[in-house]
Design a binder for this molecule. Sequence first.
Ligand SMILES: Cc1ncc(COP(=O)(O)O)c(C=O)c1O
Length: 396
Amino acid sequence: MDFSQTKAMFHLPEGMIYLDGNSLGPLPKAAAARVQSTIQDEWGEMLITGWNKAGWMDQTTQLADRIGRLIGAPAGTMVLGDTLSIKVYQALASSLEMRPGRKVILSDSGNFPSDLYMAGGLVGSLKQGHVLKVVAPEDVAENINEDVAVLMLTEVGYGTGRIHDMAALTSLAHGAGALAVWDLAHSAGAIEVDVTAAGADFAVGCTYKYLNSGPGGPAFIYVAPQHVDGLRPALSGWLGHAAPFAFDQDYQPGIGIQRMRVGTPPVLQLASLGASLDIWDQVKMADVRARSIELSELFIELVEKSCPSLTLASPRDPRARGSQVCFRFGQGYAAIQALISRGVIGDFRAPDVMRFGFTPLYIDEGDVRCAAEILAEIMATDAWDTEAFRTMAKVT
Ligand SMILES: Cc1ncc(COP(=O)(O)O)c(C=O)c1O
């Protein structure tokens, strides 16, 4: 696969090396015109008739099916909408309802805090004696037992990029009679995923990271085909109704995955997502993953050679690591600010993690070498050690 062709399809600001596609993907060049056309030709000219004439409503499943190809989800098992936190809530609430009598939601301390917060919020609302049990990532397997209603994990940890074995843990969960909800925020478009082969009951993820839909782009949810028709959606919004425009007083869940819709879809974000998926449609995840490993390995090698004060926080084995590489450094926040001031964009995760994403669609070997060189220079000269770089911004 020639990734120089996909790189040419992204707008990357002059002089910037963008190693943060694991937080917010860059702008596909075609997205601006696509959104502009959705605004002018569809919203502007069609107004309310755009829902039918421009097919706005169907975008939530049509685009979801294209993401499905990247994560092994068959057509008709995914829908887009809302934010990932909401989709986590929906998947968890349905799981608990499918396992009455079981009280434990099992998760790990490497999970993204919002997932844990949403679980805690759900437990508090249900008031049925459920508990959220959070164990260390390496202790998950041994804590799967017959008290567990649902295992809720993020496959690739946001902090260090550690990968959980989705198939093995799902199989353990099923063996104990529990369900498995997988958060694929750092997996979809980053590593090869097969939710069907792994037997996942639910999978959720966002589109603004590796899938480049832009800030605030919609999340997706996958429900295993054998479960979907029996699900009672906890967030029973009108667009998940079997006949939203019948305006019934009583809720009837929509057919299949349609019931996991909640409210009005974000049409402009769906337009930018469509432009990004036009690029994704041209690549194979196996090629993306192989290249991402090459780039990550090169970065680790160069940084370890030239920056002795940084320690690798990510797994050393590339098969156990997602598409990001993290290093620990006590003044990691300041070091990242110094890098950003030199045009290399990474990010910082408290307390001391410097995080770099390797996204082959638009990052090449030259970028990796250049970023490592600038990092080495910043560390060698303590260029990070200024008041301005140590002052924390609201979003890190
Ligand atoms: C693993 C993971 N889960 C959940 C979230 C929350 O997503 P949202 O802000 O779309 O609700 C994020 C956000 O970055 C995340 O990385």
